[in-house]
Design a protein around this ligand. Structure first.
Ligand code: CP3
Length: 333
């Protein structure tokens, strides 16, 4: 059994497993080298040979316990036919779409549009570098994908004031997304993903109708993934009540963000926990890193825990700090 799977059966592991969100990305010089020659990010995600290389880069360097596939949550809108571009120093930029065209797309066509991602998984499965490690496939949660599809740019760049102006559109999109996200989960599992993580990066923006935008759609995906026999990790970033979320949605493991007080949470949550450390701690120094990492390790010493961050690793992170982090976690007894 892999170290993360052991933790997922709600067992306290002797050694704490570790991987990092966004571990395959811009803080790695070897990623930046490939990226330099591949200016189109979506095409890079659809190049299974290079995606495989990028997925394995952090595994070779740091020996993490899981590889997360190099892809993006916005490949779902892309698969549905909405154009997606990533602009330098700006982020994602999505094009307008016609809802009728999205309603017409069949799941076979959607699967075909994303087929290189499944080829990547099939290839990874054969990799020598991933013996006794998990291969994490992932999806965006319906709410977060809805936000990008309607807002067209990251909410970091501002949220359009007429977001909720067309409820018919929102309801149609929620239906399309539920179906297509499930197709994407199933295809990833069939191709070899051993765990699925659901990223709800913008769930903190939900201010009303929590059932409709957060609990119901996520529960639907969690139950579906479990029915395929695969564990599912949820990351509802920025919500105020993680323990309530766990009670309703019941993921196999919960990834907490850096605003969650782990001491408090542990009293109210009886499922395995992942993550928490503020990614900015990796921008400080080794002594401070050790202090902060040990804080999480101490708090979780009697609880099934996978070490990870409270959001994605920042591009300005130095690789020596990641090496140090892995060493601190591996040496902890
Ligand atoms: O974790 C990994 O290493 C696997 C790959 C991965 C990427 N994106 C690659 C990527 C994963 C799991 C994601 C998830 C993702 N994508 C999320 C959820 C997690 C989170 O960070 O909140 C979101 C919201 C996106 C959408 C997205 N993709 C944005 C907003 C951006 C631009 C800004 C940014 O944060 O980088 C991307 C681009 C992106 N996705 C890059 C990478 C390596 C950078 C691309 C580049 O080289 O410019």
């Amino acid at each position: 059994m892999t170290p993360i799977k052991e933790c997922l059966i709600n067992k306290k592991t002797d050694l704490i497993p570790i991987w990092l969100m966004r571990q395959a990305g811009r803080y790695l010089p070897e990623f930046r080298e490939i990226r330099k020659n591949n200016p189109n990010f979506v095409n890079l995600c659809l190049n299974s040979k290079l995606s495989k290389e990028i997925t394995l880069q952090p595994i070779r360097r740091f020996g993490f316990d899981a590889a997360i596939i190099f892809s993006d949550i916005l490949m779902i809108p892309y698969g549905l036919g909405q154009k997606v571009e990533f602009k330098k120093n700006f982020g994602p930029n999505l094009a307008d779409f016609e809802i009728n065209k999205l309603l017409e797309i069949d799941q076979e066509k959607f699967t075909k549009n994303l087929s290189p991602i499944y080829e990547l998984l099939v290839d990874l499965k054969k990799s020598e570098d991933l013996q006794k490690k998990d291969i994490i496939g992932f999806v965006g949660a319906p709410w977060t994908l809805l936000v990008y599809m309607i807002n067209k740019v990251s909410p970091k760049n501002g949220l359009t004031s007429n977001f909720f102006s067309d409820m018919g559109l929102i309801n149609d999109l929620l239906k399309i997304l539920d179906k297509s996200i499930k197709t994407h989960i199933k295809n990833q599992v069939n191709a070899g993903a051993t765990i699925i993580q659901i990223f709800d990066s913008w769930s903190g923006l939900i201010k009303f109708d929590f059932d409709k935008y957060l609990y119901d759609p996520t529960l639907s995906l969690v139950n579906y993934t479990k029915s395929l026999g695969v564990p599912v990790i949820c990351f509802p970033r920025g919500i105020t009540d993680y323990s309530h979320f766990c009670k309703i949605v019941k993921p196999s493991m919960i990834n907490i963000d850096y605003n969650v007080d782990p001491r408090n949470l542990i009293k109210n949550v009886d499922i395995p926990i992942q993550g928490g450390l503020h990614p900015e701690v990796l921008l400080t120094n080794k002594a401070h890193l050790k202090k902060e990492v040990n804080k999480y390790l101490e708090i979780f010493k009697d609880h099934p825990y996978v070490f990870n961050l409270g959001h994605g690793i920042l591009p300005e992170t130095k690789t020596e700090m990641v090496e140090e982090l892995v060493k601190i976690v591996r040496d902890y007894k």
